[in-house]
Write a protein that binds this ligand. Sequence first.
Ligand SMILES: *[C@@H]1O[C@H](CO)[C@@H](O)[C@H](O)[C@H]1NC(C)=O
Ligand SMILES: *[C@@H]1O[C@H](CO)[C@@H](O)[C@H](O)[C@H]1NC(C)=O
Ligand SMILES: *[C@@H]1O[C@H](CO)[C@@H](O)[C@H](O)[C@H]1NC(C)=O
Ligand SMILES: *[C@@H]1O[C@H](CO)[C@@H](O)[C@H](O)[C@H]1NC(C)=O
Ligand SMILES: *[C@@H]1O[C@H](CO)[C@@H](O)[C@H](O)[C@H]1NC(C)=O
Length: 401
Amino acid sequence: MLILLILSISSAEGQGGGGGVIDVVAKFGAKANEKTDLSKPLLDAWKEACASTSPAKSVIPKGIYFLSTATLDGPCKAPIELQVQGTLKAPADPGAFKEPKWIAFNRIENSKLSGGGVFDGQGTVAYKREDCEKHDYCDSLPINLRFDFLTNAMIQGITTKDSKQFHVNVLGCKNITFEHFIISAPGDSPNIDGIHIGRSDGVNVLNTEIKTGDDCVSIGDGSKNLVINGVTCGPGHGISIGSPGLFKNEELVDGVTVKNCTLTNTSNGVRIKSWPGAELGTCSNIHFEDITMTNVSSPIIIDQKYCPWNKCKINEESKVKLSNISFKNIHGTSALPEAVKIICSATLSCENVELADIEITLSGTNGPTVSQCSNVKPKVSGKQNPVACSAPIAAKPTPVA
Ligand SMILES: *[C@@H]1O[C@H](CO)[C@@H](O)[C@H](O)[C@H]1NC(C)=O
Ligand SMILES: *[C@@H]1O[C@H](CO)[C@@H](O)[C@H](O)[C@H]1NC(C)=O
Ligand SMILES: *[C@@H]1O[C@H](CO)[C@@H](O)[C@H](O)[C@H]1NC(C)=O
Ligand SMILES: *[C@@H]1O[C@H](CO)[C@@H](O)[C@H](O)[C@H]1NC(C)=O
Ligand SMILES: *[C@@H]1O[C@H](CO)[C@@H](O)[C@H](O)[C@H]1NC(C)=O
């Protein structure tokens, strides 16, 4: 009776286009028993919603489901929404995956992912098995959520937990917004970035809480017009731009605003990094503003000598040009004395760097911090604690991954 009722409501809502609300349990027999694979019911519901000529929504009701893997493809005929109210669990065994992704959204216009649900990648087993902390990148492990080539997408009120690799990868998207998004993984989960963004234009990460083992947000090549606002990060490696300079033909990073964010106990705060070496690149118009740091090891850092895992020749200079970069109203505490480090390339130097209203003291002791600069003459205004560029730099800065 109940099922019939839901179906009749659905078909009434979808009149004329076959859209409306599609319940994966009621219509496609999905089972919230943590065993039965949700893959087929989910794909069936997605196919139906995607073919609808009027806006359609698929719903995964509350409950705990097992999902082996799913790629949700567009293009769709009308705006589409996936509402996940339940918890989806990935196979714990990394060997169960043929490709390095768990759930992917691919080539869709006007989509929404919502519902308050949880994507649990069950990653803690995988980190140990693959010995990831010994590598720079455990890239055969699945990413929890991939968003590939989406236009006008909204991801709202969703949690991703214990991914086996990056939690979220955004590639080739235009106008995509994450809002009230939650990312959670242990601080010692190796190489597990929160949100990685590349080759995308117009990405907004708003009011988002990120706890993970690597960068909270990492911004790779070809990123334009990004806004990161209201992000709390920690544990994690902070908010990072880069690192270009390692591969040929990288696109530029242009236009990133990081505002109103709080970083707690992270290894870096706000960072731009590039590899020493032969490859060209540019990063420009990058603004960090109104940021609170609590016990952050390197709160403000430009590092053009970024060279972990011995992947480059540290004596070479970076050929990535950095310009129009500002740090404004950044305050709080640093876990190490070196609160400000602006290490630029000797061959290119950094152009038009601004430091305004910086107030960072040493965590716990309220003691002094230092500011180190190399190949840069920043424009300075407002309060400066530590005094800008007042300390000598170490001969060989050793960057943190
Ligand atoms: C961006 O996407 C949102 C949906 O997330 C939509 O409401 C908005 O109109 C889009 N903006 C533009 C300029 O297309
Ligand atoms: C600043 O971030 C917090 C979340 O940390 C959010 O609630 C608030 O709305 C943001 N303020 C502005 C002005 O964007
Ligand atoms: C920061 O890390 C330390 C050591 O791991 C921990 O004891 C402390 O509770 C953390 N602080 C916050 C605010 O998370
Ligand atoms: C500050 O961070 C350091 C390094 O991460 C950690 O060892 C220490 O416990 C933290 N202190 C506090 C007060 O959280
Ligand atoms: C740097 O900013 C100035 C002034 O806003 C602008 O004219 C210039 O084009 C910017 N440089 C780059 C490389 O975007």
